[in-house]
Write a protein that binds this ligand. Structure first.
Ligand SMILES: [Zn+2]
Length: 196
């Protein structure tokens, strides 16, 4: 059973209307849980809110979609990589699927190492290849987040001192250092991956 791509499924809840789609960004960041709708990268790894972008799911440069330029239901909180890769590509059949739709999860998922997968269908392959979901950064980001969660759990145990034995503390400190070293290793790989 593959893992879901989204740590938390995005859902558009904003009912406001604005004349400029950029005004929606403050709502998008919440509705998308600070994550790219397509690849689930957290914005904290890319300079946060100000560096994340607003993707128009149906490109407004295509005449039939021009009216959707400022329509919240057509906006996706997106990382630079996905937004740039998606650009104004559009395919009527077997093309992109809105990441807020349950259907997105049928085509795009993750394996147990955090690698993004498609399900060998035309839709799945189209989304995967046109958004560059094969990039190693997706696996690295997933691993870093998992390690950060582990580090937080160990830190909590050390803070709470829920043990009486000093050898437990020393084991936890050893584990903490090992996790920290892994985070550094993955972070360095990520840095190389995104700067080349
Ligand atoms: Zn992305």
């Amino acid at each position: 059973m593959p893992n879901k791509i989204h740590k938390q499924k995005p859902a558009r809840t904003c009912a406001k209307t604005y004349s400029d789609y950029k005004s929606f960004k403050q709502y998008l960041v919440k509705d998308f849980n600070n994550r790219c709708g397509y690849c689930d990268s957290h914005d904290k790894f890319f300079g946060g809110f100000k560096n994340f972008q607003i993707d128009h799911f149906k490109p407004h440069s295509i005449a039939v979609f021009a009216s959707l330029k400022h329509d919240y239901s057509n906006l996706v909180y997106s990382c630079q990589s996905c937004n740039r890769a998606k650009s104004n590509k559009w395919e009527d059949s077997h093309g992109f699927i809105d990441p807020c739709a349950e259907k997105y999860d049928e085509f795009i998922s993750r394996d147990s190492n955090g690698r993004i997968k498609h399900n060998n269908t035309l839709h799945g392959e189209y989304i995967y290849s046109n958004l560059n979901l094969f990039l190693r950064r997706h696996e690295l980001l997933w691993s870093i987040e998992r390690l950060e969660e582990q580090r937080e759990q160990i830190n909590k145990l050390l803070d709470e001192k829920v043990y009486n034995d000093e050898s437990v503390e020393s084991k936890l400190l050893k584990k903490f250092r090992a996790v920290q070293n892994e985070i550094t290793k993955y972070s360095n790989s990520l840095y190389i991956e995104i700067s080349t």
